[in-house]
Design a protein around this ligand. Structure first.
Ligand code: ARG
Length: 571
């Protein structure tokens, strides 16, 4: 039951103003901050034109003519607003029955049916550290992936690995000079990165190394066996670590087509750019001029003919359009890549493709850590593991204190520690910088991941203790028993779930779901504190309240799952 829509339909029928559709009325309906002003409110200002009257008069007149329908118990004019009071028992029944019936599917919709959304996320660079910025991209992308799927789109997750480019020529030179097989195999990305950093220091003194590196990259491009074998090995070594990380985070991808995948697909792009007279020479390099957009030119070919990061992104966009016919293609990276995406999106537009508008860069802010120890400057892959391990260890300590006899303590601590980090990452609008404050984010109280997980576990535990909770008791429930303010507060939030997920998808903002689960957890804890459930002394009341607990548990679990956060039953 979509209550906003129900109310909009009643208003529409009474107003008889063809200028406003039901959909536009839906958009204008508000939820008053204070329940004394009703459960929903409608501002009459937009009717002023058709009615030729002041909004307060319109509100008064409409109040008398609007049909109450099945769910509305009272309609009151208040200034230019009409306030609607829902029939509380009806409201409880509609919400609880729907959740009991749909379970984990509650809140899903089909608005995106038949449309593919591509999400390019995580996309770390081979042989370089997977840093906290990549963690943000990974978790924002993963959440959007789940969110779009939930509302009917088909999400396609792509890990656009940074696995091609001149840096591999440098890696080969460095490895041949200072590296050895055993150390790389033992130390992985850490060692590869050490070699890379060493290369840069040495090349400053000895610029001829860069020529050597360039010629190795040329060898890679022309299919030289040795060069390609080393490249492939660096990639494999890196992927072992990245995959461990993904497994730990519970993140998957549909495709790992990285930059190297587009090697044989760039020639066609260059040819088309030439044919469309978009390619111009500048200092020996080939560029697309973007002066009319007030942007620096987009670099397509280097002086030595080598391709670049934008060239590969353009080729990838064509491949993706042809392969998946996307309705949107999202790129999740830090804000500092704004110009890169703006530039090559324009190149697609200049080439005459209207789907330029479906390419969306989803930028996010920086991460800072409040402990010197985990400084990003250290910049190696241990950093990520350290970060996760520290969170898990802290979670384990808290669990030890709170629930020393818990089974599978270590597994739960893993879910809580990692959940805390992910939650913290997704708590604010993407563009805001994120502060990693370990103690704050791991706290079981406050607006944190563990708080929401704990609330979910509390709901599970109540249900576990109640002897007979068969999912189907919903039929027999006396909904009149659930009309107190704290219960109604919970139902209002439960009823908003789908709306919030859709909003999060359309704004590309997982935080809307994060805030929602916090609100729901808080409303539930209020309900829990104000209402005795298991020992209320009345079987009917107990069953009715258990139905609320069950519904909240379902929706909290769905919300957390969308965010990529586990919802353990015990903690
Ligand atoms: N590999 C890049 C980095 O680590 C991110 C790639 C993002 N995706 C893309 N299609 N450009 O910064």
């Amino acid at each position: 039951m979509d209550f906003t829509k129900e109310i909009a339909t009643l208003i529409y029928a009474a107003a008889n103003d063809t200028a406003l559709s039901i959909e536009s009325i839906v958009e204008m309906i508000e939820i008053p901050p204070n329940p004394e002003m009703g459960d929903y409110a409608f501002p009459c200002f937009k009717f002023a034109k058709a009615f030729r009257k002041a909004p307060p008069i319109i509100a008064k007149e409409l109040c008398e003519t609007i049909n109450h329908g099945e769910f509305v118990s009272d309609i009151v004019a208040n200034g230019g607003y009409i306030n609607f009071f829902m029939d509380k028992a009806c409201f409880a029944r509609e919400v609880l029955q729907e959740i009991a019936q749909k379970g984990a599917s509650y809140g899903k919709s089909t608005v995106g049916c038949g449309q593919n959304v591509l999400i390019d996320y995580s996309s770390p660079n081979i042989a370089k550290p997977f840093h906290v910025g990549h963690l943000r991209s990974t978790m924002i992308g993963n959440a959007l992936y789940n969110i779009f799927n939930f509302i009917g789109y088909t999400s396609v997750g792509i890990n656009h690995l940074g696995d091609w480019g001149t840096q591999f020529g440098k890696m080969i030179v460095a490895y041949k000079k200072w590296g050895d097989k055993e150390t790389v195999e033992q130390e992985g990305v850490k060692e590869l990165n050490r070699l890379y950093v060493k290369y840069h220091d040495a090349a400053k003194e000895q610029p001829s190394m860069d020529d050597e590196a360039r010629s190795w990259f040329v060898k890679m491009q022309t299919g030289d066996d040795e060069a390609l074998q080393l490249w492939k090995w660096f990639t494999d070594v890196s992927m072992i670590e990245f995959n461990k990380m993904y497994e730990r985070l519970g993140v998957t991808f549909d495709s790992f087509a990285g930059e190297s995948f587009y090697n044989d697909k760039m020639e066609a792009v260059v040819a088309e750019l030439k044919e469309k007279h978009l390619l111009v020479e500048s200092d020996g390099a080939m560029i697309v001029d973007l002066e009319k957009y007030n942007m620096p030119p987009c670099l397509i070919l280097r002086r030595d003919g080598g391709t670049l990061y934008p060239t590969r992104d353009i080729a990838a966009a064509f491949y993706r359009k042809n392969t998946y016919d996307f309705s949107k293609c999202l790129y999740i990276t830090a804000l500092d890549q704004n110009l890169h995406f703006a530039q090559w999106f324009k190149v697609i537009g200049e080439m005459g493709y209207e789907w330029e508008k479906d390419l969306v860069h989803i930028p996010f802010g920086l991460v800072s850590l409040d402990t010197g120890k985990l400084s990003t400057r250290e910049g190696n892959v241990v950093l990520m593991d350290d970060l996760l391990n520290e969170a898990v260890a802290k979670a384990a300590n808290i669990i030890d204190e709170k629930n020393p006899s818990l089974e599978n303590k270590q597994q739960v601590a893993e879910k809580v520690g990692i959940g805390a980090i992910v939650f913290n990452d997704l708590y604010n609008s993407r563009i805001k910088d994120v502060l990693f404050s370990m103690d704050k984010m791991i706290n079981f109280e406050g607006e944190t991941g563990p708080y929401v997980q704990y609330t979910h576990a509390r709901a599970s535990s109540v249900l576990g203790k109640a002897s007979k909770v068969e999912g189907s008791t919903a039929q027999a429930i006396d909904y009149q028993l659930l009309t107190d303010e704290s219960s109604v507060g919970v139902f209002k939030l439960l009823a908003q779930f789908n709306e919030k997920v859709v909003d999060a998808a359309y704004k590309y903002e997982p935080y809307i779901v994060t805030r929602y689960v916090v609100d729901l957890a808080q409303a539930f804890n209020r309900f829990y504190n104000e209402n005795n459930i298991l020992n209320c002394g009345d079987e009917n009341l107990k069953q009715a309240r258990l139905a609320v607990v069950d519904a909240v548990k379902t929706v909290l679990a769905s919300g957390l799952t969308l965010l990529g956060i586990a919802a353990p039953d015990k903690m």
